[in-house]
Design a protein around this ligand. Structure first.
Ligand code: ADE
Ligand code: ZN
Length: 346
């Protein structure tokens, strides 16, 4: 990738639609919070913890990710974690972020739902006031737990309905198909919540189909295995159902061997509304711009792809139509100013 294209993907305005806030906890902050809250960690130092980040698959990552989240106890902890992410996102020229959180990881340890969401929401408000970054929260149900437990979580969440915009489904995918959560998603739809689900990351393309047909989700998180089913690929393109793809995550969790093998360009060529996101940036080697750079370095992507990816991130967001128009206008103005000089295209 030439320098100009690198500068463009870094500087262009964008949205991030797939970021787990607990996955933005940097080892330094984990140790700081462990000290503050007197939580014992099974690692002696930041370096030792970082060395443990050698994952073989999704489950090997989730085990460490849930252990890292165990240091979060107070409202201020959730505030600090969220503020640190938003500051980093602002530096990557993120205009808007839709942020996942896993309440069950915290309520299972005796932390109140209200403590979690109040801390995060206060950080969103302050970041908007100080840095102009817009952000909203999406509550994820852990799919390795039961649907009954998801319903209990929804009950705990309802007094805070104004503080989150939707629900998602994450954690261990294999053996936990979307249809396991049919009834709770139906209830969330009645409540007017936005719906998304992780599907087709490690799990089969059939999980993408049931996420669409049974859960009625509006976006698919990951979804990269859709290409194994030609009918599904054509459907996603026809319906313009966005995929929130996380390239560095896919490499670290061995969905693809190396970035050269990633199917992101094939997905774009198939006409699918692809977006680039960071998933769990503290664990997978980088934030959203690191994901853009790693992908553009490995694949023959051009400035036109950069513009398309930036536009997709806004179009696929849950922003109101007027906000989308405004942000799409900012992206178009950015690309009109940087032009399409030959040095930029590959
Ligand atoms: N929770 C955090 N990151 C995740 C991922 N990539 N897949 C499923 N659940 C997750
Ligand atoms: Zn994810």
């Amino acid at each position: 990738m030439n320098t100009t294209l690198r500068e463009i993907v870094q500087a262009m305005p964008k949205a991030e639609l797939h970021i787990h806030i607990e996955g933005s906890l940097e080892p330094e902050l984990i140790f700081e919070l462990a000290g503050r809250n007197r939580v014992d960690l099974p690692y002696k130092s930041v370096e030792e913890l970082r060395r443990a980040y050698a994952f073989t698959d999704l489950q090997s990552f989730l085990d460490i990710y849930y252990a890292g989240a165990s240091v979060l106890l107070t409202e201020q902890d959730f505030y600090d974690m969220t503020r640190a992410y938003l500051e980093r996102a602002k530096a990557d020229n993120v205009l808007h972020a839709e942020i996942f959180f896993d309440p069950q990881t915290h309520t299972a340890r005796g932390v109140e739902f209200g403590t979690v969401i109040t801390g995060m929401h206060r950080a969103l408000r302050d970041a908007h006031a100080q840095w102009g970054i817009s952000a909203s929260l999406i509550l994820c149900f852990l799919r390795h737990l039961s649907e009954e437990e998801a319903f209990e979580t929804l009950e705990q969440a309802l007094p805070y309905r104004d503080k989150f915009i939707g629900v998602g489904l994450d954690s261990s995918e294999r053996g936990h198909p979307p249809e396991k959560f049919a009834r709770v998603f139906a209830r969330c739809k009645e409540l007017g919540l936005h719906l998304v689900a992780h599907a087709g990351e490690e799990g089969p393309p059939a999980y993408i189909t049931t996420a669409l047909d049974v859960l009625h989700v509006e976006r698919i998180d990951h979804g990269v295995r859709c290409l194994e089913d030609r009918g599904l690929t054509e459907r996603l393109a026809r319906q313009q159902t966005a995929l929130t793809v996380c390239p560095l995550s896919n490499i670290k969790l061995r969905v693809f061997d190396q970035m050269h093998d990633h199917n992101l360009l094939t997905l774009l060529d198939a006409g699918i509304a692809v977006t680039i996101n960071s998933d769990d940036p503290a664990y997978f080697g980088g934030y959203i711009n690191d994901n853009f750079i790693a992908t553009f370095e490995a694949l023959p992507l051009t400035v036109d792809h950069a513009r398309q990816l930036a536009r997709n991130s806004i179009s696929a967001s849950f922003l109101a139509p007027r906000a989308k128009e405004k942000y799409l206008g900012e992206i178009d103005a950015f690309f009109a100013n940087c032009g399409t000089a030959p040095a930029v295209a590959q």
